[in-house]
Design a protein around this ligand. Structure first.
Ligand code: ZN
Length: 325
C-alpha cells in the first residue's frame, strides 16, 4: 500500500542518544545510531522504498522522563522539540511531530506543550511513562493528582497523548530477576505501560476529561486482549475504584492503538474486533524495528481495502487533522 503514515517513529538528539545504546549489540550500534539521529535522507529513502508518505516523529525512550534534574529535563525537551520542528519545517509533506514533555515539572510541561503545539506545530505529545524526579529512586506516575492541570490542558488543546513504554523501575522488576532477556521491549515494557494505563483508567481520569485522546503502541500493550477479564474481576469486587464506568468503555471512546513493533495478524485482528478498524493506526517503531518488516507485513495482511486504507492512512489524517494530505 502506498501513502502509509507511521506514528511511532523515533529520533534522538545527542543528549538522548545514549539511552538507546543498551538495547543493541556493539556491532549493530553504529548503523542504528546513524539511523535514529537522521531526520532526512536515510529515513526518507526507507519511507520511499516501502510506501510511507509520512512519519510522525517522537523522541527515543526514556530520554526526558529519566532526567532527574527538572531544569535539565526542560532544557532537553525544548532542544528535542526544536530539532524535530526544524526537520518538519524542511519536509512538511513527510514529517510531523509529537512533543517531548518535562513531566518532572507540571507547570513547565504545560508551557512546553503549549509552545510545541501552538508555535512549533506539534500534532500531539508523546511521554515515555513515569518520570524520575530529583533522584533516580523517586518517580511519579501520571495518575498523580498533581497532573490534573496537565490533563485539562491537553484535553482543551484537543491533541492526542501517546503513552510510550520505558523500562520499569528496578524495584518493580523482581518478577524477572535472573531473566535479563525479558527486560525491555521483549516483555517488561508492555507490563509497565499496560499497568500505567490501567492506573489512569481506574483513577477516573476519563470521567474528569472525557475529551482525552489516548494512544497506545504495540497494539495496545496487551490490554485489548486482557481488558475483559480485568473489568470482569473489578465489577465483582470494586474495592473503591474511582472510575465510574467499565474500563472497556473508556477504551472504546478515548483510545487509539498502533501497530508499532507488533507485526502479527492475529493480534491485529484481536484489537480490531474489540475496538474496530477506525481505532487502529499503522506505525513501525523505527528504528528499533525495520520499516521493511512493518510495511511488508502490513501490505500483505489479509484484510479488505477499506480497512487497510483506514489503518494505513486515513485514521491518522482524521485523528491529527493532517490538512492537505
Ligand atoms: Zn517506540
Amino acid at each position: 500500500m502506498k501513502g502509509k503514515i507511521g506514528l511511532e517513529e523515533h529520533f534522538a538528539i545527542p543528549e538522548t542518544l545514549g539511552d538507546s545504546e543498551r538495547y543493541f549489540p556493539k556491532d549493530v550500534w553504529p548503523r542504528f545510531s546513524a539511523k535514529i539521529l537522521d531526520m532526512m535522507n536515510i529515513r526518507i529513502e526507507e519511507m520511499d522504498q516501502y510506501g510511507m508518505d509520512m512519519m510522525i516523529l517522537s523522541l527515543n525512550s526514556p530520554a526526558v522522563q529519566a532526567i532527574c534534574d527538572p531544569a535539565r529535563a526542560v532544557y532537553v525537551a525544548k532542544k528535542a522539540n526544536d530539532a524535530m520542528a526544524e526537520a518538519v519545517a524542511k519536509n512538511p509533506r513527510r514529517f510531523r511531530g509529537f512533543a517531548a514533555l518535562p513531566m518532572q515539572d507540571v507547570d513547565e510541561a504545560i508551557k512546553e506543550l503549549h509552545r510545541a503545539v501552538k508555535e512549533l506545530g506539534c500534532v500531539g505529545a508523546l511521554v515515555n511513562g513515569y518520570s524520575q524526579i530529583g533522584d533516580e529512586d523517586t518517580y511519579r506516575y501520571l495518575d498523580d493528582p498533581i497532573y490534573e492541570p496537565f490533563w485539562a490542558e491537553i484535553e482543551a488543546l484537543g491533541v492526542p497523548f501517546y503513552m510510550h513504554p520505558r523500562d520499569a523501575m528496578p524495584c518493580n522488576t523482581h518478577m524477572v530477576d535472573g531473566h535479563p532477556w525479558l527486560v525491555g521491549a521483549a516483555w517488561t515494557f508492555g507490563v509497565e505501560t499496560a499497568t500505567h494505563t490501567l492506573r489512569l483508567l481506574c483513577s477516573g481520569l476519563f470521567d474528569r476529561h472525557p475529551g482525552l485522546k489516548y494512544i497506545l503502541g504495540h497494539l495496545g500493550e496487551t490490554l485489548p486482549f486482557c481488558i475483559w477479564r480485568t473489568q470482569s474481576r473489578i465489577a465483582r469486587e470494586r474495592r473503591g475504584i474511582p472510575a465510574k464506568r467499565p474500563l472497556y468503555e473508556y477504551m472504546a471512546e478515548n483510545f487509539w492503538f498502533t501497530t508499532s513493533g507488533q507485526f502479527r495478524t492475529p493480534a491485529l485482528w484481536n484489537t480490531i474486533m474489540e475496538f474496530s478498524s477506525s481505532r487502529v493506526l499503522f506505525a513501525t517503531d523505527f528504528p528499533f524495528e525495520e520499516v521493511s518488516d512493518a510495511c511488508l507485513w502490513f501490505d500483505g495482511c489479509a484484510m479488505g481495502d477499506r480497512d487497510k486504507m483506514l489503518i494505513g492512512r486515513q485514521n491518522s489524517i482524521d485523528l491529527f487533522k493532517l490538512a492537505g494530505l
